[in-house]
Design a protein around this ligand. Structure first.
Ligand code: GDP
Length: 330
């Protein structure tokens, strides 16, 4: 990507998209195309087609999606499948119609079967049943991968699907019910510290294991992939590859109870941590095999504790902006 190339970051206000914008701008890219949801509704096919016809982006990072934590996925499965199918179908199809040079479609590690061997290799996709709690989201993302694959085969497009592990970082949604575990626990522990509560509740048994990647590292990996020389990018999206996908992770995971303890230390919460086993555990483990990405020459730079310190600062800044009593939820 040249610094003046037109690059569309779909979903630039989200956790992944905002990190992509920071990463691209830090490198000096000066022709970013950004549209908020109010300016461009990606579930509206005509709006997407008009936008691409007018702006003609050369590169697309497709980070726009309806996302949420384990309970949000169980509560709104219809939204998760319908919105994501619409967004990705419109953007991927229109990218083909307007001859986008390269597109990177962002998925998630929940696309892999619930009981697949660990660490999860790219070729395990569609080798077994999915975790039920986020199946509608996973099926939508798998459809997006299949779209990239099918368009590459039929139309020789260069559409790659990147599967990041669980992400955390600045600009996340710190919602107690619908967000992912890291932002939810940052908020719970912070509020417990401020109110002097002596206990924080962690959902489930605390035993599931998850891998976490700082959002700016994930963005750096995406930009690295988009900039691969044609020989390497072409091999990843080649019509003869089974799926044009690549995992993005750090290759290490932690039990949720360990995560809770590290967040407590970061936030300065000194009380006890209790498990609420009435809440779901979800999939027991989701550790990505990152051999493919490492071989290409990328590995993450931010240790979990350092990323948490930065994320907690971001949380406090969000709080200061809107007052102690009202945390922004985006
Ligand atoms: P998942 O990776 O798709 O399961 O997404 P989450 O980030 O929502 O949850 C990861 C794990 O953390 C699950 O086992 C949850 O039960 C557990 N967990 C513990 N406390 C919380 C919490 O307060 N919020 C969320 N979202 N998950 C929690």
């Amino acid at each position: 990507m040249h610094l003046s190339d037109k690059i569309y970051v779909a979903g630039h206000q989200g956790l992944m998209g905002s990190a992509l914008v920071r990463g691209l701008m830090a490198l000096g890219h000066n022709n970013l195309l950004l549209r908020s949801h109010d300016q461009l509704d990606l579930t509206d096919q005509h709006a997407v087609q008009d936008f691409f016809a007018e702006e003609r982006p050369a590169y697309v990072f497709l980070a726009a999606a309806k996302v949420g934590g384990i309970l949000a996925n169980s509560k709104y499965p219809a939204d998760f499948i319908s919105k994501n199918l619409l967004i990705q179908t419109h953007v991927i199809d229109t990218a083909y119609l307007t001859k986008v040079t390269r597109l990177l479609f962002l998925g998630s590690s929940c696309i892999y079967p619930k009981h697949a061997p660990q660490p999860l290799k790219e070729e395990y996709l569609l080798s077994g049943p999915l975790e039920p709690s986020n199946r509608s989201y996973a099926v939508a993302k798998i459809s997006g991968i299949e779209m990239c694959s099918s368009y590459n085969k039929q139309y020789a497009t260069h559409f790659l699907a990147a599967m990041p592990t669980n992400l955390y970082g600045p600009g996340d949604r710190y919602d107690l019910h619908d967000s992912h575990v890291v932002p939810a626990l940052i908020r719970k522990m912070h509020e417990a510290k401020i109110s002097g509560a002596d206990q924080v509740v962690v959902w489930g048994s605390g035993k599931p294991r998850r891998e976490f990647l700082y959002s700016d590292d994930a963005a750096e990996a995406c930009i690295f992939l988009m900039n691969l020389p044609e020989s390497e990018f072409g091999t990843l999206v080649n019509a003869s590859t089974v799926f044009p996908i690549i995992n993005i992770g750090c290759g290490e995971d932690l039990a949720i109870m360990e995560v809770a303890r590290i967040i407590a230390e970061t936030v300065g919460f000194k009380g006890s941590i209790r498990c609420d086993r009435s809440k779901p555990d979800g999939t027991p483990r989701k550790l990505l095999d990152v051999t493919r990405l490492r071989r290409l020459g990328w590995s993450p730079r931010t240790p979990f504790r350092d990323g948490l310190v930065r994320t907690y600062s971001d949380f406090k800044m969000q709080q200061n902006r809107v007052g102690e009593s009202h945390v922004v939820t985006r």
